[in-house]
Write a protein that binds this ligand. Sequence first.
Ligand code: GDP
Length: 484
Amino acid sequence: LTTYADEALIALDTLASRAAGFVAPNIRLGVTGLSRAGKTVFISSLVHNLIHGGRLPLFEAQKTGRIARAFLEEQPDDAVPRFQYEEHVDALVTERRWPESTRAISELRLTIAYESASAWGRMFSRGQLSVDIVDYPGEWLLDLPLLGKSYATFCRESRELAELPARADLAADWLAAASAVDPEADADEMTAKALADRFAAYLRACKEDSRALSTLPPGRLLMPGDLDGSPALTFAPLPQEKTGRTRPGSLYAMMERRFEAYKTHVVKPFFRDHITRLDRQIVLVDALQALNAGPAALADLERALTDILSCFRPGRGNLLTDLVTRRIDRILVAATKADHLHHENHDRLQAIVRRLADRAVAKARLTGAQVDAVAMAALRATREGTVRQGREDLPVIIGTPLAGETIGDETFDGETETAVFPGDLPDNIGPLFDAAADTAPVETVRFVRFRPPRLERSADGLSLVLPHIRLDRALQFLLGDRLA
Ligand code: GDP
């Protein structure tokens, strides 16, 4: 029962908020990227650094001492799994092993109590910002274009892609099996399942192959979340040329119905309930891996990034226009794992990501959002040093390679530290984006997987924090203005 005084207070509060042009003190931050891009590590490190007062000199509110504290609160959406922050941090900190990667959507609310920088702001704002962090697989975003496609189109496009030289060998098994069935035969669950399994295996092979091909929809065949095995996921394209009417009860009719069910019951609700409610977005990309694999892989990453950014395009031409209630106003494209490079190369990596982002923004015709790019390491697993070779001091990175990693003929046990010459990214990044120049212009960066690092002391020496590279720059772009 609210008393009269309570109601008066609420009314006053509302008035004050209106007077200050007050926006609800919460922000929904989407974190995405293709699998293994570094989403789980990013969220864990971001939250840990804010809660424990990490070294964040480029995060203005923290640097000027205006953050009183940051703490976890109950998340607003009861039906979304919680991001398992404590488990992930425990893995990183106590066991020094990498946490389980993102497999489905999850959410975490981090609340920051702060003092506004301006007197005006201090008068009206409650000095509290809740950040609802929404972690979800980038694969799911790539389903958006399906909403505008019929099953017949999906079949034709899948066949055309499967026949491309880059994919033909990976698709051969599925294509052979699918071509052998008669779409007009009676619908049969076992046939549907066998084809769905083979199609999913082909999509997975594209992802795992060293050609580093980007993902094809349907995203849930790769990242099923909690829908594994459900009929809405038990479908595949039928590559045959379609002629005439579809016979009810046929295999084709069954596949078509399931494709439509996937769009209606999986893809649409995901966009409506989650994506359209985001205010800010970070897209993590594994640019180093693509650089290592050569220009074709970089071009492929660019294509995937373009498709991802297209989902955030507001207004006409976006399939979600009628669903959109708010719009994303800031997007950060971040290459993580920069700790695999010496710091002299961080700016080069950043320039490459910026170019990648610029090209993807142009191709996706994305407008209305501010887009920035950064090269960072959410969790810095290496330190820097020099090794004397002859008369020269060479820059190296030092870390503990994961058990089983090899350099030359040495195999590591997961306990021993070693120095690695990481290699250099090129100064002139133009040729990298020239997919036609098939000569790999990158003197390949040596890519050893390291164990997570030990904690280091915070700036005030009072707590132990996770080391990072430029995480503070990312935070400033994503949240800084809302803490002004
Ligand atoms: P997700 O699939 O996007 O959730 O990816 P994860 O966050 O699980 O990261 C995948 C893997 O990338 C981890 O297991 C680490 O090996 C590596 N990784 C992620 N972030 C970093 C980082 O900042 N530095 C280093 N050295 N490795 C990282």
